[in-house]
Design a protein around this ligand. Structure first.
Ligand SMILES: Nc1nc2c(c(=O)[nH]1)N[C@H]1C(S)=C(S)[C@@H](COP(=O)(O)OP(=O)(O)OC[C@H]3O[C@@H](n4cnc5c(=O)[nH]c(N)nc54)[C@H](O)[C@@H]3O)O[C@H]1N2
Ligand SMILES: Nc1nc2c(c(=O)[nH]1)N[C@H]1C(S)=C(S)[C@@H](COP(=O)(O)OP(=O)(O)OC[C@H]3O[C@@H](n4cnc5c(=O)[nH]c(N)nc54)[C@H](O)[C@@H]3O)O[C@H]1N2
Ligand code: SF4
Ligand SMILES: [Mo]
Length: 741
């Protein structure tokens, strides 16, 4: 692959040398050694001294050089010259780009107020904390990320409300669990989620008991002591029934509960009705298996819960998180060696500048009143509610939102109901997209900014997130063309706007964060590579848990104050054979989407040969009986359809899925299709099927990415791909409108 000349004078023409850094091909944090000759990176390898990965790299990390030197990368800022989505661009200078953005921000602020500017980003990449900082600095409360309501944040917020901090699975201190319960989480593939994958494998090598809660028979499920193959979207029912068994059979840790849990009696009362017999027809898991799992979980200690985003993709999200939190709590598996623990948090909170935004402006955040845990009073990282922002963009209600900035999100791929997303983005007056590649989302922008890959930035990752057991220096070792680090772009906009806050460089911020709590700064950390504070358990014994009662709040006083149910309860998915039987008549199968693959990260890496060759085409999983009913075999094309849209993928017959369930991969587009600006985004996109419509989770505003109703139809793969019909007023040339099937 062609090497691009290192155009950074500071880094050019140096002696060959090695840098300690942190890989960020995923959320990141594995220690790496980056070897650089006079101008280029020659090799990236795992750092054997780093406690997170001990010299190992996953397939994504191992493909880093194909990403960094990818010829498809954006190289300079570009301004749209044709109609939106027409694919005609003109190279401009960074100065021109900055002037344009600064003018647009000023105009938008004068005309409709700063809240008319929307700032979006994607999941936990290096610049994530800077995005809300930037939004606050320019005065808009309307920033968001697909994960704030759908991934990780519900677990963070639910944990903070329940026990003051997010509990983590930590494997760095070598006390391993005797039991692991994997709940809607498959870290063998999605390990790149704070690089727990390596630690999980080490823990599994010690042969703990395992319970897996998953509608699909994963590698972990195959090896589990108990696999609970539940109906998608009914995790809350299953957790409540397990609580019913543990409490009913008095298997709780009585001493821990008496001393450290608030509201046990209330919880006991609440779960009385949720018997395993009640849960069996709802969850499709037999009452016997629910009892077995609950007893095993309560009996074996210490245990850890590895929970994932599958529980956060339905409106029952927050209740499910709360119910799951009760399981380790009442069995005393909290902050003990080998159990869930709390991280050391050696860093102060990142200065996101929420404190600098006046309260009346914060209250304009879209979602503030409706989703108090996501956007309002109870939010630890307040962010706007995506469907509410998108609605405001389309309708100007409750106020206009006309200008958008996206720093790293392929919105037409990963948000729910992407037809609505397309309409929304096209309705903006002005859209900037900062990206590595020309994605289908970048194609409908007005201005495109080329950004740096992980090896070209200075950042301060701390892993696991919200635990910070290891702090690392991620170092800039290379400069590709005119690409800039996202953080530097945001800072420069603030400087040119002359904002009161937000003008410090990233390095200044890292340095002051480190020095405020530790006896070294950024330059020293770069030399050290990483820092690992001494780990302590049972920190709650000093001051209790950080909640109003200083205990784990099974019964949440904070939720009660804000008008939410203080105890977890069951909610049937809004679309299901039970809640919408008439819809189930036409769409009889249950759809799940997005179970992670080891070779991609969301919609990323389909342009990396090493990774793409592992999965050249999109696949959906069907049970052999379902496939036989449809008359399809592995490799056939099918159309997967919901009442919102359709997409097509190739069949993979999989015994390990219930005949009533279909799994569809997410994140598909085809970067190699360069002759059309949509790059095939409408063909196999799981989010043509999903929903951004209400009902939402009342606390977090979560919409539905899984547990929806669908049908599958056999199609001929040679037919033209289906594309959505868009209103002509958008004047796009996004491709011919074709119906197929
Ligand atoms: N290689 C790779 N790693 C990744 C990512 C990636 O795209 N690629 N993405 C990263 C991100 S942002 C995230 S959030 C994490 C996500 O990673 P995980 O949290 O592991 O989530 P998934 O892989 O989506 O789903 C895990 C399992 O949940 C099951 N599942 C589906 N529906 C349900 C349900 O209703 N209930 C239950 N109990 N299980 C269900 C799926 O079958 C799957 O096996 O991975 C991160 N790591
Ligand atoms: N149907 C369905 N949809 C899902 C999911 C699912 O399971 N099913 N999972 C959901 C989850 S959990 C999440 S977290 C979201 C993820 O959603 P996102 O994190 O937004 O993922 P992508 O859409 O792939 O967008 C990331 C984009 O950022 C670019 N990028 C990478 N690094 C950088 C960088 O440093 N700077 C900039 N500016 N750009 C960069 C990549 O090229 C890519 O185009 O998707 C959600 N969507
Ligand atoms: S787990 Fe993440 S950080 Fe570690 S090597 Fe893989 S992509 Fe890099
Ligand atoms: Mo995520």
């Amino acid at each position: 692959m062609d090497k691009f000349v290192n155009s950074n004078d500071d880094l050019a023409e140096q002696e060959p040398r090695s840098y300690k850094s942190a890989c960020r091909m995923c959320h990141g944090g594995c220690g790496v050694l980056i070897h650089v000759d006079d101008r280029n990176i020659t090799k990236i390898e795992g750092d054997p001294s780093n406690p997170m990965n001990k010299g190992k790299l996953c397939p994504l990390g191992a493909a880093s050089l194909e990403q960094i030197y990818n010829p498809r990368r954006l190289k300079y800022p570009m301004r749209r010259v044709g109609a939106r989505g027409e694919g005609r661009w003109k190279r401009i200078s960074w100065d021109e780009a900055y002037d344009e953005m600064v003018n647009k921000i000023r105009q938008a602020t004068e005309k409709d107020g700063a809240e008319s500017i929307w700032v979006g980003t994607g999941t936990g990449r290096h610049h994530f904390p800077f995005v809300s900082r930037f939004a606050n600095a320019i005065g808009t409360p309307n920033w968001c990320e697909p994960g704030t309501a759908q991934c990780f944040r519900p677990r963070v917020h639910g944990s903070i409300i329940t026990m003051g901090q997010l509990p983590i699975c930590t494997y760095t201190n070598e006390v391993y669990p005797e039991l692991i319960i994997f709940w809607g989480h498959n870290p063998i593939y999605s390990g790149p989620d704070g690089e727990l994958g390596f630690g999980v494998k080490e823990a599994l090598a010690r042969k703990p008991a395992t319970i897996v809660v998953d509608p699909r028979e994963t590698w972990l499920a195959k090896r589990a002591d108990i696999w609970l193959q539940l109906r998608p979207g009914t995790d809350d029912a299953l957790a409540l029934a397990m609580l019913n068994v543990i409490i009913g059979e008095e298997l709780e840790d009585k001493e821990f509960v008496a001393k450290w849990c608030h509201g046990f009696e209330d919880l006991a009362e609440r779960v009385k009705v949720y018997t395993p017999e009640w849960a069996e027809p709802i969850t499709w898991v037999t009452a016997e298996n629910i009892r077995k799992a609950a007893r095993l979980f309560a009996k074996i200690k210490p245990s850890m819960m590895e929970w994932g985003c599958a529980i956060e993709h339905t409106p029952a999200c927050f209740q499910t998180v709360r119910a799951l939190l009760c399981l380790p709590s009442i069995t005393g598996n909290i902050d003990q060696p080998g159990s869930w623990s709390f991280g050391m948090l050696p860093l102060p909170p990142f200065p996101q500048l929420f404190d600098k935004m006046p309260m009346d402006q914060q209250k304009k955040r879209l979602g503030y009143d409706d989703f108090k845990v996501l956007s309002g009073e109870l939010a630890q990282l307040p962010s706007a509610h995506i469907p509410t922002i998108f609605n405001a963009i389309r309708t100007s209600k409750p106020y206009p939102v006309r200008t958008g900035f996206i720093f790293g999100n392929n919105a037409l791929s990963t948000y729910g109901d992407v037809k609505t997303v397309f309409e929304t983005l096209m309705a903006l007056d002005y859209l900037v997209v900062a990206e590595l590649y020309m994605t289908p989302t970048a194609e409908i922008a007005d201005l495109i900014l080329p950004v740096a890959t992980w090896a070209e930035v200075d950042a301060l990752p701390a892993v696991p997130f919200y635990g910070q057991n290891v702090i690392m220096a991620q170092q800039k070792t290379f400069q590709y063309a005119e690409c800039k680090q996202d953080e530097d772009i945001m800072v420069e906009i603030c400087r040119r706007l002359g904002t009161e806050h937000g003008q410090e460089s990233p390095q200044e911020i890292y340095d002051s964060m480190l020095r405020s709590k530790l006896d070294f700064g950024w330059e020293e950390l770069k030399q050290m590579g990483f820092y690992e504070p001494e780990f302590k358990w049972q920190k709650y014994k000093e001051n209790g848990f950080d909640t109003p009662t200083r205990k784990i709040e099974l019964y949440s006083t904070r939720l009660l104050e804000l008008g939410y149910d203080p105890l977890p309860y069951y909610e049937e998915p809004p679309e299901s054979p039970y809640s919408t039987p008439e819809l189930a008549h036409d769409f009889p199968l249950i759809l799940i989407t997005g179970a992670r693959l080891p070779m991609f990260f969301q919609s990323e890496y389909r342009q990396l040969p090493k990774l793409r060759k592992g999965r050249p085409e999109p696949e959906c999983e069907l049970h052999p009986e379902t496939a036989a009913d449809l008359g399809v075999v592995t490799g056939d094309w099918v159309s997967i359809e919901t009442k919102r849209g359709k997409c097509r993928q190739k069949v993979k017959i999989f015994e390990g899925i219930d005949p009533r369930v279909v799994h569809v991969q997410h994140g598909w587009w085809f970067p190699e299709e360069e002759n059309s600006p949509d790059h095939g985004i409408w063909r196999s996109n799981a989010n043509t099927l999903t929903s951004m419509d209400p009902p939402y989770c009342s606390a977090m505003g979560t919409y539905q990415l899984r547990a929806l109703l669908c049908r599958v139809v056999k199609v001929d793969g040679s037919e033209k791909p289906w594309q959505p019909t868009f209103p002509s007023r958008y004047n796009t040339n996004i491709g011919e409108i074709q119906e197929w099937s």
